[in-house]
Design a protein. Sequence first.
Length: 311
Amino acid sequence: MSAGGAREVVVGIDLGGTKVRAGIAGVDGAVLNELVEPTRRGPELLGQLERLVERLTASVGGARVVATAIGGAGVPDDEEGTFSLAPNLGELDDVGLVGELEARLGHPVVIENDVNIAALGELTDGVGRGESSFAFVAVGTGIGVGLVLDGRLWSGASGGAGEVGYLPIGTDPLDPRNQRRGALEEKLAGDVLARRYAEAVGATGEITAHDVFERAGAGDPDALAALDEEARWLAHALVALDAVVDPGLFVLGGGIGGRVELLPPLRTWLARLGRPALRVRVSALGSAAPILGAVRLAIDTLVTSTEREAS
């Protein structure tokens, strides 16, 4: 409790390429309320995040937010307080998220890669609980991996560990058109899956990845073929990652990776690649994983700040 008696809470934000999800929780980690909106781009994002925090705070009346954590679809730049390599967010190199939001909100703000945040959620509340090491693989608007090694989140030397979308497989890595999102992401991203199916059937209207799964479930052979191609290159990514990291378990999440329909063709391709025994599970947390992970990071940030002040 604060000196004024107001209940202390934290906010966790999952900043995706198409949607931003925000949750408010007590310092015990229990989520009290959530909001979801389409993601704004560039400088407009600051106002959107500020308003989301304000609306969440008002929804739990009388509480005081003491920390906010943001998981974003990019590589966190601690020096600049923003995300780099964030094509799905409209590029934020010139937007100082941390400094601007701390000034507006009046409390500490911390950022981390969104897939790393989801991995943290799986570690504390999902299928990663009890595992010493695992890789959380998110496939949706893009593809990314959050690595938990020996019970700790591993972000790499510069925060870019797990950016597997840039693996030089799936499409031509020498083609400049495949270098913005990465060669592998240009094969696995949600819009690519939808376009693959649309081109196969000659569709002229809007087709989404969700539509492809729905039609595959109804037995549409072109939809099944589109998913098989998705599974093929996801299997290649898992085998490559396993060869380097050997995480012991792969947890699949995201709007595409979290669909259980992808598992059968994925296992078929893993077997064809000589790795039938690779452990793969689908996240049971779904879209809740990034929020739970962001909340946990906000709480950890608060604890660290308190310990620093006490020392």
